[in-house]
Ligand binder design. Structure first.
Ligand SMILES: Nc1ncnc2c1ncn2[C@@H]1O[C@H](COP(=O)(O)OP(=O)(O)OP(=O)(O)O)[C@@H](O)[C@H]1O
Ligand SMILES: [Mg+2]
Length: 298
């Protein structure tokens, strides 16, 4: 198997920032992936010697690989499960999977770290979190989906539950069927087999919302939710919930109460400060800890 003989430095462009990753194995990874034949690796190394270019840059200049090939190779090197563009069955919104070194992906990993630190300080055995915000379109589903992926990338057995029974969309983000989901579990028509492993991320599973019910709030306040979550603790270390907008539906508070912890989102130039402070107060009055806050800028 061909290998590179000198240390390579790979720049990754993202929003004007250039990150440098030192990499001895990029050539090996590209060759193992069938992106470069042994003769190609030789050509790249010759060009490197004459120009001083980095391995990825040299291979790009020779037209042997694409930017996406380089990104995927770097992601593999850092053990970040990733998706190849072109695999359009899974939404491109999963920036942490498609582009793990994008600044937004770095921010989401920062949020994971913030949460992990606060969780451990509070000595919580099982980590469970509802992603909440007051209004519509503030990014709850986006953040919940990407957070679930970054926890699974850390090796945590992670379950994402789509508890937005009003406007569910996690099944579309992860491209899994949503015929049977949380509503069937809560109404006693399905059991834990409704949880779907997401093949692309070994440690991540999703419980989609399922068929829309006539009585979401009543369903979510049933003891069945707590019983189901307790059952899930034998299989998962982290459980995340997507929720509907808390300002409009009490469902969100029900779910946050069950989770015990929440991450609070506000969308820049969109969410009203009074709504944010009101929701924080309501959460703490109900004994729900706000373990993380996100100002979502998009
Ligand atoms: N940080 C972000 N960067 C880029 N796009 C984002 C970001 N956050 C959210 N979006 C996009 O904004 C749109 C709305 O986000 P999302 O569906 O996650 O919001 P929501 O709060 O779940 O909305 P709803 O009230 O419909 O449940 C989506 O197209 C999503 O991809
Ligand atoms: Mg949503």
């Amino acid at each position: 198997m061909p290998t590179t003989t000198r240390e390579n430095v790979l720049p990754i462009e993202g929003s004007g920032r250039v990150l440098e990753r030192y990499d001895r194995r990029i050539g090996t990874i590209l060759a193992e992936d069938g992106k470069l034949a042994p003769a190609d690796v030789e050509r790249v190394m010759e060009l490197q010697q004459t120009t001083g270019l980095r391995f990825g840059e040299a291979a790009l200049r020779l037209g042997l690989i694409t930017d996406d090939d380089v990104r995927c190779a770097v992601a593999k090197q850092y053990d970040l499960p990733h998706l190849v563009p072109g695999n359009e069955s899974i939404s491109r919104e999963l920036v942490v999977a498609y582009d793990p070194f994008h600044p937004r992906a770095e921010e989401l990993r920062g949020l994971r770290t913030q949460l992990s630190m606060r969780w451990s300080r509070a000595e919580v055995d099982h980590r469970m979190l509802a992603v909440v915000s007051p209004g519509c379109g503030e990014g709850r589903s986006y953040v919940a989906a990407n957070l679930a992926v970054v926890f699974s990338q850390l090796g945590e057995r992670t379950l994402l539950i789509d508890a937005d029974l009003r406007s569910p969309r996690q099944h579309r983000i992860f491209n899994v069927p949503d015929r049977i989901g949380l509503t069937a579990v809560l109404s006693g028509r399905a059991d834990a087999s409704a949880v779907v492993p997401v093949r692309e991320f070994g440690r991540l599973s999703l419980l989609p919302a399922g068929a829309p019910p006539p009585n979401p709030q009543e369903l979510l306040s049933r003891p069945a939710l707590g019983a189901f979550v307790r059952e899930m603790w034998s299989e998962f270390e982290v459980i995340l919930f997507d929720t509907p907008p808390a300002k409009f539906y009490a469902d969100a508070m029900n779910v946050a109460f069950r989770a015990g912890s929440s991450v609070m989102l506000a969308r820049k130039d969109h969410t009203r400060l009074a709504d944010t402070t009101g929701l924080v107060r309501e959460l703490s009055d109900s004994g729900v800890r706000v373990v993380g806050t996100v100002l979502n800028v998009f």
